[in-house]
Design a binder for this molecule. Structure first.
Ligand code: CMC
Length: 376
């Protein structure tokens, strides 16, 4: 028999169809339900994008009003969740807190095993509404501060700033944040979404799928890269050191965080929009320290492109943007979750609508059959 063809990392393998998003290779553009993501980022709120991903269409005015009202009403956490969060050690990563919170929401939900579409939509909206409350409270706890309750008068992005800092920054800053949420929301069969689909394919519940997806997103080759980018920039420290640091990192075979992509080989289509948003934040700050970081950011980008021909991915501008917005580095990947929860749950629903158990094969390379010592 001929040896089977191996597709390590499932690279290049098409495992199913989806109607949620795609990267159009010819134009290097990402579309959600057919709409170019840069136009959605420029013209629509994150809530409208969430509605689009879940229901397939942008909401009309009445639908948006109802969607917003439901999301805002679901934001508060109950007492048992607060007690659970308070018991987690502050030494654990905030992604562990978020993963535990989702698992707990599942354990508490009496409808956990109701796999109906209506139940899925209700659970998805509940997670979208409650996860920002968890992330904001966790950041404040680590700063030694009391949590700030959600404000139902504020939009999704504004409310997150309010719960983190007790104030809402200038509208341009909120817009930059909202743009990042729209860009992070969905990206087809990426590792965490595929993880959610694998779990769902066994007919397990939505909370289990999202808990697993959070685990997959945490790693630095995926969502964890936005935090790693900021650690790397702080490690380099000075624009003058970018080239020498890169030479050393490449010589020791280090992966440069925030660069490269499995799907995009000529540049991540989301980067120009996020870079524009970042440039606006830098210009607004008018602070020499911020300018220095931005100069270093650009110098490293140019050096990697020149030396390796590798382009930055979305995490490269997003990492620095979140730093400039005032978030602590360990909150960056949790913020990614606040956005990608929309894509994950859209895929969970789609997987269930035409389910096939995901169960690939492996080519065995271990010892041939042999006798257990002592066995007849
Ligand atoms: N730094 C140094 N070399 C790289 C990088 C990088 N960031 N990315 C790719 N390469 C090299 C890689 O070493 C390989 O070289 P060679 O053929 O000589 O061995 C070649 O480019 C092809 O890379 P690959 O690792 O085979 O490509 P992949 O599709 O398996 O990996 C990736 C994609 C994202 C895991 C990888 O580019 C990487 O590790 N990047 C750094 C982590 C990162 O930024 N992740 C975020 C991904 S995008 C958004 C998200 O999911 O959050």
């Amino acid at each position: 028999a001929t040896a089977p063809e191996i597709h390590r990392g499932l690279a290049g393998v098409v495992v199913d169809t989806t109607e949620i998003s795609t990267v159009i290779q010819e134009t290097n553009s990402l579309t959600y339900r057919g709409y170019p993501v840069q136009d959605l980022a420029a013209r629509r709120s994150f809530e409208e994008v969430a509605h689009l991903l879940w229901y397939g269409e942008l909401p009309d005015e009445g639908q948006l009003r109802a969607f917003r009202a439901r999301e805002r009403a679901l934001r508060p956490l109950d007492r048992t969740t607060w007690e659970l969060l308070a018991r987690l050690p502050e030494t654990c990563h905030p992604m562990d807190v978020l993963r535990t919170a989702v698992s707990f929401f599942g354990a508490e939900d009496p409808t956990e095993d109701d796999g109906s579409l209506a139940a899925h939509r209700a659970k998805s909206l509940t997670l979208l509404a409650k996860l920002p409350t968890v992330v904001a409270a966790d950041q404040r706890r680590r700063r030694g501060l009391d949590p700030i309750p959600p404000d139902p008068g504020l939009g999704y992005a504004e409310n997150f700033f309010h719960m983190c800092f007790g104030s809402v920054p200038a509208p341009e800053v909120v817009r930059c944040f909202e743009i990042s949420l729209t860009l992070y929301a969905e990206h087809s069969f990426n590792a965490s979404t595929f993880t959610a689909r694998v779990v769902t394919s066994t007919l397990s519940d939505l909370y289990s799928a999202v808990t697993a997806a959070i685990g997959a997103l945490k790693g630095p080759l995926h969502g964890g890269a936005n935090e790693a980018v900021m650690h790397m920039l702080l490690e380099i420290g000075d624009p003058q050191r970018a080239q020498a640091w890169l030479d050393e990192a490449l010589a020791s075979k280090r992966k440069i965080m925030g660069f490269g992509h499995r799907v995009y080989k000529h540049g991540d289509s989301r980067v120009p929009i996020m870079q524009d948003a970042l440039d606006r934040l830098v210009a607004r700050a008018a602070d020499p320290e911020v300018t220095r970081l931005a100069t270093l950011h650009a110098a490293l980008r140019d050096a990697v492109l020149h030396r390796k021909g590798i382009h930055p991915n979305l995490d490269y501008p997003a990492g620095l943007a979140y730093h400039l917005m005032g978030f602590d580095i360990p909150a960056f990947t949790p913020i990614f979750v606040l956005s990608r929860i929309t894509g994950w749950t859209a895929h969970i629903t789609e997987q269930l609508a035409h389910n096939a158990l995901i169960r690939p094969l492996a080519s065995y390379g271990g010892p041939g059959q042999r006798a257990v010592p002592g066995a007849a």
